[in-house]
Write a protein that binds this ligand. Structure first.
Ligand code: MG
Length: 339
């Protein structure tokens, strides 16, 4: 039976512009897709690309949807090329939602911890105590933004502000060269640093070898983020025997089920992370994160409220996300708001 495929484009200003390594990001553009079966049941999915991260653009995803047309078979959906990873994620999510006739009994944890995001530089210091008060125990500090000596000097102060038993993630977003990364890893070895995320850029010369070398030379784990754009990168690093951490932006993963199965089979160490998606993508992504049976690490999903219109937001970024709040998200409300 063919399915009816419709989509709506969204362009949503962020409540506060997001600063990235590639400049200021003021609004999120993406697509909500809707599949309808012959019994009138709907399933929703979200295309939330981050083109500067290496994904397809919204225009490319939209062009592929136009080619698919309004009536599609599951086989046609499965044939969408891997390069369109965000579109594949959206279509897989809407197909899954279509297939769920009744709410399954799940053995998910009732809630999962969320990482607290700290501003770069000295501003982080005054943010830690209030967030610790809210219950956060994992903190993430952006580094590689200012002068390396200044930031290294600040590291002691940031660590000093942490509540007992808390851990700090350092995210360099690929800002360092090997020597700079070594300086940080030497310092971090003595500290409650959970891991260092993407110390060198994925397109730096010999980046894969540098990352592997750093992982072998220092006790603090290294996490891959920008090095993993989609399923192919995950597969490549799994095949290479990467024993560090995989930061998985689920919305960029393509059809997520085979990749999740591969990660689970390899007993990979995974951190799940948001792509600054709306409630539609958030629901699909967080369901997957709650279904993960491996070692739980604080989720990189403390991003909402993100949009001016709250109907588009995922569950708010408290110290924990409750599974019930994920289930309460209403994809059809997002769809209707885009009418
Ligand atoms: Mg990162």
């Amino acid at each position: 039976m063919p399915l009816r495929l419709l989509y709506r484009r969204y362009q949503l200003p962020f409540r506060a512009a997001v600063r990235t390594a590639h400049g200021v990001w003021a609004e999120r553009t993406g697509l909500i897709v809707r599949l309808e079966n012959d019994r009138g049941r709907m399933g929703y999915g979200e295309v939330a690309p981050i083109p500067w991260f290496g994904t397809e653009t919204v225009e490319e995803a939209e062009a592929a949807l136009k080619v698919l047309g309004e009536w599609v078979t599951p086989e046609q959906l499965a044939a969408v090329p891997a390069e369109l990873g965000c579109l594949r994620f959206a279509l897989a999510g809407s197909l899954t939602a279509l297939g769920e006739d009744e709410r399954r009994v799940r053995d998910n944890p009732p809630c999962l911890p969320v990482v607290a995001l700290l501003s770069a530089g000295r501003a982080a210091l005054s943010q830690i105590a209030p967030k610790a008060e809210l219950g956060f125990r994992t903190f993430k500090w952006k580094v590689g933004v200012g002068d390396i000596a200044d930031e290294l000097a600040l590291l002691d102060d940031v660590i000093g502000e942490l509540p007992p038993g808390a851990k700090l993630r350092l995210d360099a977003n690929g800002a360092w060269d090997r020597r700079q990364a070594e300086r940080w890893l030497e310092r971090a070895a003595e500290m409650p640093v959970e891991f260092i995320e993407q110390p060198v850029a994925p397109d730096a010369r010999g980046a894969d070898d540098v990352l592997r070398g750093l992982a072998g030379d220092f006790p603090t784990p290294i996490a891959l983020d920008e090095s993993l754009v989609g399923a192919r990168d995950v597969e490549r690093w799994l095949a290479a025997g990467w024993t560090g951490i995989f930061v998985i932006k689920l919305a960029l993963l393509g059809d997520p089920m085979p990749v999740m199965a591969r990660l689970a089979a390899a007993k990979a160490d995974v951190v799940f992370s948001s792509a600054l998606e709306t409630a539609v993508g958030a629901k699909a992504a967080l369901r997957l994160a709650f279904g993960w049976a491996g070692k739980p690490r604080a989720l990189g999903f403390g991003v909402w409220p993100l949009f001016n219109n709250g109907v588009f937001d995922g569950p708010f970024g408290a110290a924990f996300i409750r599974f019930d709040d994920v289930e309460r998200l209403k994809p059809e409300a997002v769809w209707n708001a885009l009418n």
